[in-house]
Design a protein around this ligand. Structure first.
Ligand SMILES: [Zn+2]
Length: 467
């Protein structure tokens, strides 16, 4: 047997093994467990809500165990008979973000959340872990689930709703399947929704690494109408009867769009196979959001829509962190001081010799890597002070555009431009957190590309889904 045949036989055997593992433990459907996640800034509790069996499982049949170690939470599925770990996934949640806001210090809140996994054939135990103060996963909750129980709901919701194929590359098991849901589009506006969804996907696939990996994606768009046009804008006292209850001003951040109505989102989405949910918002007002393995949101009708669409998908799909630190955010100590963040593109630089993206760095690059941060910061501060004093929108916009151009040129004129290094200022913090590159889609509000570390993280995630 020559080496080449050996590799091919080995590869086939490995695939068959993965296939049989899937078929031994799972049917081709999806199980969804809804639960309530409640607590305070420092405590958390979990309670089962409802369990569903949904449409076909869209995820990988091979990569059942999560090897990427991303997310604030991790759920694991164990086969009860053999006590074997048969599925796991990392994820983030609105509760997890809420815990870092001021409100969480003063009161309890409860959020509806869901986990989805291939429908088990036999009894399983589900465990849920969250990271402790040192970012180590600790088990917080364990429940048995018997899939043969009659009270598991099996209704096909939204059976007659129209679902359009925006991009069809075949078998969902070996593709990244994105389901786009509209919010704030009335029945009459569904044509606009499909047009907007196509435009946003064109922007995504014009951006690396999605451009090169387009054949690894499927995209569906569900024509779910809202009774009224637009979404809530609480700062202007605008309240709308929209299908998914998305709203601006989440956690008091004007541009942050989320929905608390997880049950309705999941119920609508259950009509189609998906790995990632994207909620497209019928609005001209700037805004969006993206939470790892939950969903992304983006407004469809703003000059910045293309930038936002891709940036938020970086959060929701690849677990990327924000690299910016000069804008207002709702979080109070989003990252624990002195603890290495789990995000692939943010580091607290606890071990200078072993930077987590070391493989992409040259040996001679200084750690941390020098750049003119003092000038950058003081110019940013001066710009904010002067634009805040401007009254007219047109004047504000033109000052912002001029400043954006200055930032773009300034970063590209740095000696370290084009170098993967360790640059101070990242993750909403001017000090103590570092980013891998001077500019990136996760750093600037601009159409710049993803930096090499983010590119690698996204590519790894595409591989994970498409194998
Ligand atoms: Zn972001």
């Amino acid at each position: 047997m020559n080496l080449r045949t050996g590799i091919i036989i080995g590869f086939v055997a490995f695939n068959l093994q993965a296939q049989s593992a899937f078929e031994d433990f799972f049917t081709d459907q999806t199980m969804r467990v809804d639960y309530i996640h409640s607590g305070t800034a420092k405590t958390e509790a979990f309670s089962v809500d409802e369990i569903y069996i949904e449409s076909v499982w869209a995820g990988s049949h091979k990569n059942l165990i999560d090897t990427l170690n991303l997310g604030k939470y991790l759920f694991e599925i164990y086969d009860v008979k053999t006590n074997q770990l048969i599925y796991s996934r990392g994820f983030c949640s609105i509760f997890g973000e809420w815990q870092t806001t001021d409100e969480a210090k003063n009161r309890r809140r409860a959020f509806s959340e869901s986990i989805r996994f291939p429908n088990p054939k036999n009894k399983v135990k589900i465990t849920l872990s969250s990271r402790d103060d040192n970012n180590i996963f600790m088990e917080r909750w364990a429940i048995p689930v018997d899939p043969s129980k009659a009270n598991i709901r099996r209704t096909n919701f939204y059976e007659n709703i129209n679902i359009s194929k925006i991009l069809d590359n075949g078998d969902p098991a070996t593709k990244v399947d994105i389901l786009i849901l509209p919010d704030g589009y009335t029945k009459k506006e569904m044509k606009n929704f499909l047009k907007d969804a196509r435009e946003m996907c064109d922007v995504l696939f014009a951006t690396s690494p999605f451009k090169e990996r387009k054949s690894d994606f499927n995209i569906l768009a569900m024509e779910l109408p809202s009774n009224a046009s637009g979404i809530d804008n609480p700062r202007k006292e605008v309240y709308v009867d929209n299908a998914l209850s998305c709203s601006f001003n989440s956690f008091e951040s004007d541009r942050y769009i989320l929905t608390w109505d997880n049950k309705t989102v999941c119920k609508a989405a259950s009509a189609a196979p998906y790995d990632q949910l994207y909620i497209l918002i019928n609005s001209k007002k700037y805004g969006g959001g993206g939470i790892f393995n939950l969903y992304s949101t983006c407004i469809a009708d703003n000059e910045w829509s293309g930038y936002i669409f891709v940036h938020e998908f970086g959060h929701a799909f690849a677990g990327l962190g924000d690299e910016y630190y000069t804008s207002d955010v709702a979080y109070d100590e989003f990252y624990n001081a002195g603890v290495e963040p789990w995000e692939p593109n943010v580091t607290a630089l606890m071990d200078k010799k072993n930077v987590k993206w070391k493989a992409l760095m040259d040996d001679e690059t200084l750690v941390p890597t020098p750049w003119d941060k003092v000038v950058f910061d003081s110019t940013n501060r001066a710009h904010r002070k002067t634009t805040n004093q401007l009254k007219e929108k047109a004047a504000k916009d033109s000052a912002k555009a001029a400043h954006d151009q200055w930032r773009w040129d300034f970063l590209r004129a740095q000696e370290a431009w084009g170098t993967v290094g360790v640059f101070e200022g990242s993750g909403y913090s001017s000090e103590g957190l570092y980013r891998p590159y001077l500019d990136c889609r996760m750093f600037s509000r601009s159409l710049t590309g993803f930096d090499p570390v983010c590119l690698r993280a996204i590519e790894q995630m595409i591989d994970f889904y498409s194998e």
